[in-house]
Design a protein around this ligand. Structure first.
Ligand SMILES: C[S@@+](CC[C@H](N)C(=O)[O-])C[C@H]1O[C@@H](n2cnc3c(N)ncnc32)[C@H](O)[C@@H]1O
Length: 233
């Protein structure tokens, strides 16, 4: 999915305030977490932008499905451990105090069944009193039937124009992301299509409860997307 764009990810998402988001996450962990330890697993960690800040307070490890991200994040943080894995099936054989799944990565689960599998698997990696924080994908009522957006990066030796045309297929938001990328060596174009399942708040809460966690919902979350919270009692 991110195979071609992975190395440009931090430029494309430079508008995101990961430091502020990490501070909000810390507050949520203080409010809801019940275990004494500080081991945190970031599932779908990408390039580790939250990890950059969370590592100040937590012993952090990460999981991601995309080998290109794994390479980048492992190079950024050689002293931390990262694992290649699918959120539905990875098995580290250990439990953590906090498991996070941020920036709507859960939307890559294409059905309610897949969503349930992923949440149950993340919950299995929590110790008693531990908490799960899942930032949901955008809900159907907030997603327009069709839209187009553009984002640009203008660095001295890197120019990016990313144009995204979005549509809806059933309960899935489909985003065709066209990347035009220029460097002093060459200019290239590629397309990545991202399909995000628009689960309802009820389906997300059910998934957490079925995984044996106490579910709650923070309406604001890190920004307007909200936050699904589960605590293993
Ligand atoms: C929008 S990025 C978020 C990355 C990072 N959490 C952040 O906040 O910048 C979505 C991430 O989900 C990962 N991903 C997608 N499907 C996955 C799966 N089935 N299991 C694990 N990671 C997955 C992608 O590789 C990508 O790193």
């Amino acid at each position: 999915m991110y195979h071609l764009s992975a190395k440009y990810y931090d430029y494309i998402y430079s508008f995101k305030d990961y430091e502020k988001e990490s501070a909000i996450l810390r507050g949520m962990i203080e409010t809801y977490g019940r275990s004494d330890g500080n081991q945190l697993l970031d599932v779908a960690c990408g390039t580790g932008k939250h990890i950059e800040y969370l590592r100040e307070d937590f012993e952090v490890e990460g999981v991601d499905l995309e080998p290109e991200f794994l390479k980048i994040v492992q190079e950024k943080f050689p002293d931390l451990s990262f694992y290649l894995g699918d959120m539905r099936t990875f098995d580290l054989g250990r439990e953590f105090d906090v498991v996070t799944c941020l920036f709507s990565a859960i939307g890559y689960m294409q059905t309610v069944e897949e969503l349930n599998l992923a949440i149950a698997n993340m919950a299995r990696h929590l110790r008693s009193g531990g908490m799960l924080l899942v930032e949901p994908w955008i809900s159907r009522d907030k997603w327009r039937d069709s839209s187009v957006h553009m984002l640009t990066v203008d660095e001295p030796e890197l120019k990016i124009a990313r144009v995204v045309t979005s549509s809806v297929e059933g309960r899935t938001a489909v985003m065709d992301m066209h990347h035009l990328i220029g460097t002093p060596e060459k200019t290239q174009h590629f397309v990545e299509t991202h399909r995000m399942f628009m689960a309802t708040k009820e389906e997300l809460m059910d998934a957490v409860q079925s995984a044996g966690l106490k579910a709650s919902w923070d309406e604001e979350g890190l920004n307007w997307r909200g936050m699904l919270i589960g605590v293993k009692e």
